[in-house]
Write a protein that binds this ligand. Structure first.
Ligand code: AMP
Length: 459
């Protein structure tokens, strides 16, 4: 069995790995680290949870330490692109952890927070920059950043980037990179369009593909309950009371849907928080921290906001609404059963969602076990407490009361007008894909299945 010592990485990296108590490399680390140390390009088909962040950042840090030189002003030596700010913050934190015994600097830039501090952070140049595409381009346009010194370029979660409409930003960024560089490209799935994008970035790559430690078939027990849409809230309350939950992620399709679930739970005196693209950065960070620390057990999320979030000890994933793209289901339930633990995925299926569940079962080649409605369900539905009223900070503040009444009559929750529309350019989890319910087919792929923005010296 190989250990990290076999990779012959810089001693400061080995110290950090010992501090993290990593004893053995994960499959993607075993495959990718030797190839990357040789300077080859890499195409990795892997999702979050497989250890891919260490797979790309350890050899990159090794390179930065082996060929030491200061980054040029407004430049960076390694650039990592991430679709969402949560994932960007998580990757940056991992780089800080793995580089904690070094002098390497790590910066994070993403939208939704003031740009001036990021401009200051980049002024002296940084070793590792983790960015979302929109904010990266804004910084380039303001001449606060240049990419002509990038030695290692990592594109993470490419399929998610495409879903969020970042393709044009990516093409522009590609044109700004120097031709001599090492490229790493990661995607959970590899349909034709993503493979085409990979071709544009990679030069004679080695391809590695890993099945996540928790595949749909193995460690996750999947259950499905057929229920009317309007009765899902009662079912959720009963599931939460009945199940032995350590931490549960509850998925909704839309941002307003997530807020509604939180309000209903609050009505039943059950504490939960929501995380989605209409929340401020501070609210999202707070919700995630509360969930990580165990202060709250229930986090209600939209797909894009939850993507890439790595929280251990998620015992349950509850699909309050079913995704129309099967791979999204795999991503969702992959949040549980991490690190060999068992997890449960429970899907609430309304009549019009049955075709989606059939697609999911066909693609994943698994079948969810039926979970019947509780005996007293009728009674439960009738006794369901009213949801608490929306708190002021959900976006309704300062809006025209007449408009709010009209929205209520149309069944729309509070929020910014058009808040559920297209993708945002700033990487702020704009969630353009959600709610569109567009049908997409991707070939089945077997391999489907943690701060702040400031520069920090990690030494
Ligand atoms: P990632 O897929 O990069 O998001 O990593 C998923 C989780 O696995 C993170 O919490 C990492 O800290 C952890 N991890 C990565 N590599 C290892 C390893 N070799 N041994 C134990 N944990 C690891």
């Amino acid at each position: 069995m190989k250990t990290f010592n076999d990779f012959d990485l810089h001693a400061d990296i080995n110290r950090a790995l010992a501090a993290k108590k990593y004893s053995q490399p994960t499959p993607i680390q075993l495959q990718a680290i030797p190839v990357l140390k040789q300077g080859r390009d890499l195409c990795g088909i892997a999702q979050t949870g497989t250890g891919k962040t260490a797979a790309f950042s350890l050899p990159a840090i090794h390179h930065l330490l082996t060929y030491p030189h200061r980054a040029n002003p407004r430049g960076c030596r390694m650039l990592v692109l991430s679709p969402t700010r949560e994932l960007a913050a998580q990757i940056a934190q991992s780089c800080r952890d793995y580089g904690r015994f070094t002098e390497l600097s790590v910066a994070t830039v993403f939208g939704g927070v003031p740009i001036n501090r990021q401009i200051r952070d980049l002024a002296q140049g940084v070793d590792i920059l983790v960015a979302t595409p929109g904010r990266l381009l804004d910084l380039i346009d303001q001449r606060a950043l240049r990419l002509d010194d990038v030695e290692i370029f990592v594109l993470d979660e490419a399929d998610q980037m495409m879903d969020m409409g970042f393709i044009h930003s990516l093409r522009r960024i590609a044109r700004l990179l120097p031709s001599r560089r090492q490229n790493l490209f990661f995607s959970a799935t590899m349909p034709k369009e993503i493979a085409g994008l990979a071709d544009q970035f990679l030069n004679d790559p080695v391809t590695v593909s890993v099945t996540p430690q928790a595949t749909t078939a193995e460690k996750i027990r999947q259950f499905a309950t057929f229920v009317e849409q309007k009765e899902k809230q009662a079912l959720l309350t009963s599931v939460i009371q009945r199940e032995d939950i350590d931490r549960a992620l509850i998925f909704t399709r839309t941002k307003h849907g997530a807020d509604r679930v939180v309000r209903h739970l609050a009505g039943a005196k059950i504490k939960a928080m929501a995380i989605h693209g209409n929340k401020s950065q501070a609210q999202r960070t707070q919700a995630l921290q509360a969930f990580r620390s165990g202060e709250i057990k229930l986090l209600v999320a939209t797909d894009i906001a939850a993507r890439g979030i790595d929280v251990s000890g998620v015992s349950h994933v509850i699909n309050f609404e079913i995704p129309n793209v099967p791979e999204q289901y795999v991503h969702r339930i992959g949040r549980t059963a991490r690190a060999g633990a068992e997890g449960k995925a429970i899907s609430f299926i309304a009549p019009d969602e049955r075709p989606y569940m059939r697609d999911i079962e066909r693609v994943t080649r698994t079948r969810a076990e039926p979970m019947p409605l509780p005996d007293n369900f009728g009674e439960l539905v009738r006794s369901l407490p009213r949801p608490v009223q929306p708190p002021r900070d959900t976006g309704s503040k300062g809006r025209n009361p007449q408009r709010q009444r009209e929205d209520a009559m149309r069944g729309r929750g509070p929020g910014k007008p058009g808040g559920d529309r297209g993708p945002r350019r700033d990487g702020a989890a704009g969630e353009g894909a959600e709610g569109q319910r567009k049908r997409r087919f991707r070939p089945r792929n077997k391999s489907v299945g943690a701060h702040k923005g400031a520069v920090k010296r990690v030494g």
